[in-house]
Design a protein around this ligand. Structure first.
Ligand SMILES: Nc1ncnc2c1ncn2[C@@H]1O[C@H](COP(=O)(O)OP(=O)(O)O)[C@@H](O)[C@H]1O
Ligand SMILES: [Mg+2]
Length: 367
């Protein structure tokens, strides 16, 4: 087990693509870090630089007390688990798991005890004699995990290990990986484009965008205080509603449509107002709002998803599309008009130009 320290890491591929643009992260011993972001944002490149599978263009990577920039992958004391499992098809499960240890000259009895222990933890003891082709996707993924575990490395590096599994199995394996990581206490870096997987697995998330860190933090902190509009719209599903506002004298109004006015003491030229779908509430007819934001919503669609419904509509008079989460099976006719509200502590403000979060609470919002 070890700390991992990345200091201003960059990667420029031959041909000039700058895939990683100066990333710094301090990872604690035993911590589970998830790198999350859209496809192409540099997650795999960053992970592969830690693993030693890609050269680091500039910056330093430390695993434990060692700077590993020039250390061969095999000597970095890490174990990597890939999406495609990368098992040897002609070897039995046992030999797939034992292979790395044999190569290192580990004693036979030691190999046997490590493989059996890993197989027990992963519940694949009954398959040790099978070839990978005789296993299901979930079982193969367990073997790939087993191969990492037997090495007892300083760190696990995972690159989208669950992407090839069906939805149900993915949820099950996600929970298993989380439990396993906690019981082994091995420092882990896990790459995914799936924000829910990231939220549920991570001790801390690293949200990447275009090769740069947008935000690092505990999942709930990132969810509650996204550092930018990018993070606000990437983490959480359905995504946070983002509304462009323009200054009109002393107050702020929707750029499109009418029906929303906010008093704010802000120096910016343009701001973006964010509100999560679960923080927009429908005011029952005949009641008045306790919130600071109230507006009309013209319903355009209702999606029942079981325990709740996603209500889509346009805000104000011809304003932007928003979505809110209503409990149970909401039944609203298309075109009906609802009054919606949100409390000031649930409103997020971002600079309209930079997209960065602003720590200001709106004073008064009138519809
Ligand atoms: N071997 C390579 N040569 C050139 N460009 C690459 C190479 N590998 C990845 N890239 C580019 O680097 C960027 C980041 O890729 P990658 O790290 O695979 O992203 P992610 O894993 O987040 O989807 C992308 O623009 C990708 O096209
Ligand atoms: Mg990738």
């Amino acid at each position: 087990m070890a700390k991992i320290k990345l200091d201003d890491i960059r990667k420029v591929y031959a041909g000039g693509v700058e895939a990683v643009k100066g990333v710094s992260i301090d990872i604690e011993d035993g911590e589970f870090i998830v790198l999350v972001g859209p496809s192409g944002c540099g997650k795999s490149t960053l992970l592969r630089m830690v693993a030693g599978l890609e050269a680091i263009t500039s910056g330093t990577a430390q695993i434990g007390a060692r700077t590993v920039n020039d250390v061969e992958p095999a000597d970095r004391d890490i174990a990597m688990v890939f999406q495609n499992y990368a098992l040897y098809p002609h070897m039995s499960v046992y030999n797939n798991m034992a292979y790395g240890l044999k190569n290192r000259g580990t004693a036979k009895a030691e190999i046997e005890s490590r493989v059996r222990e890993a197989a027990r933890i992963l519940e694949i003891e009954d398959y040790l004699d099978r070839k990978p082709r005789a296993l299901s996707g979930g079982q193969r993924q367990r073997v790939a995990m087993g191969r990492a575990i037997v090495r007892d490395p300083a760190a696990f590096l995972f690159d989208e290990p669950l992407s090839n599994l069906d939805a149900k199995l993915r949820v099950q394996m996600r929970i298993e990986i989380k439990k396993l990581q906690k019981s082994l206490g091995t420092t882990s870096i896990y790459v995914t484009h799936d924000q829910l997987e990231a939220m549920t697995l991570a001790d801390r998330l690293v949200v990447l965008n275009g090769g740069q860190v947008e935000q690092i933090g505990a999942p709930i902190d990132v969810y509650e205080k996204p550092a930018s509009t990018f993070v606000a719209s990437f983490i959480g599903s359905p995504a946070m509603n983002l509304l462009a506002l323009q200054k009109q004298g002393q107050s702020w109004q929707l750029q499109e449509g009418e029906g929303l006015e906010i008093e704010l003491d802000v120096a910016a030229e343009e701001i973006t107002l964010g509100v999560r779908p679960e923080d927009l509430h429908i005011i029952p007819q005949g009641q008045t709002s306790h919130g600071v934001l109230t507006a009309h919503l013209i319903v355009s669609a209702v999606e029942p998803v079981g325990a709740e419904s996603y209500v889509h509509g346009t805000l104000g008079n011809g304003g932007p599309e928003v979505i809110l989460r209503a409990p149970g099976k909401a039944q609203f006719a298309i075109g009906s008009k609802l009054d919606v509200t949100a409390t000031p502590d649930k409103l997020h403000l971002f600079d309209g130009n930079t997209g960065k979060r602003m720590e200001i609470t709106p004073m008064r919002v009138v519809a």
